[in-house]
Ligand binder design. Structure first.
Ligand code: SF4
Length: 244
């Protein structure tokens, strides 16, 4: 396997991005960017479920409480029942309560607005200091709430970029470090969102559908599946662009 040198990485990222935009278009974005606390809670809810169920659970929470301070004072079992549709209710309700309590203990209120003017590294370091917040969630705050040119790396982004040969990494966090050093300006949202679509619809974990993949000509994956398929299911709903 050829390792993509940093010198060529920017060009290859641009190439992948162009091919993905040609296939999926430029993903829509709400003008009103999500509040960072909302975004972290939505990310907690999204673990091990699909975006539609986690979105419903998030909406249930927003309808039930006037603000996060009310949620923080609510019995954990009640939160668990409100978010049931997203699954893993016990763990997720505990993670949400912990986050809200930590924010109150640290700043006296539930807000992350104090991070808005800080550097990317500073925001990342601060957010990962909260229990249960990892690099992926922290980088989602940077991209979706603060509109920075940072591409979060989840399992889909990690898998697809390794298969293409852009990186050869063992963990999403390592992929994150490498690609964000070379990311061309103003592409993070479309690059991230379209890679997730690619991973969900085409470059699936078990059996990629390389026959319909827009990256097939530049991808270096050795076990491409070039069996023709008649159709595949589109999945363009993105939770974190709909958190408001
Ligand atoms: S060609 Fe196949 S392995 Fe390569 S990115 Fe596309 S779907 Fe994934």
């Amino acid at each position: 396997m050829i390792i993509c040198q940093p010198f060529f990485m920017k060009n290859k990222i641009s190439k992948i991005n162009k091919l993905l935009v040609r296939r999926f278009g430029i993903p829509k974005r709400n003008k009103k960017l999500p509040d960072p606390v909302d975004l972290i809670i939505a990310t907690i809810l999204s673990q091990n479920t699909n975006d539609k169920n986690s979105f419903k659970a998030f909406q249930n929470l927003k309808k039930k409480f006037n603000n996060w301070e009310e949620t923080a004072k609510t019995d954990i079992r009640k939160i668990e029942s409100i978010i049931r549709i997203a699954g893993l209710g016990k763990q997720k309700s505990a993670a949400i309560k912990n986050l809200l309590k930590e924010l109150i203990n640290k700043n006296g209120k539930i807000s992350l607005d104090y991070l808005r003017k800080r550097t990317n590294d500073n925001v990342l370091n601060e957010l990962v200091s909260f229990k249960g917040v990892g690099v992926k969630t922290a980088s989602c705050v940077l991209l979706f709430s603060f509109d920075r040119n940072i591409c979060p790396v989840d399992t889909h982004v990690h898998r697809t970029l390794n298969r293409t040969g852009l990186v050869q990494t063992k963990t999403p966090d390592k992929t994150f470090d490498i690609i964000n050093k070379q990311l061309p300006p103003d592409i993070a949202h479309q690059f991230h969102t379209n890679l997730i679509r690619l991973g969900r619809e085409i470059c699936r974990s078990a059996k990629p559908v390389c026959f319909v993949c827009p990256l097939v000509d530049i991808c270096m994956y050795e076990s491409k599946n070039l069996t023709p398929v008649e159709n595949y299911r589109e999945n363009s709903f993105m939770l974190l662009d709909n958190v408001n």
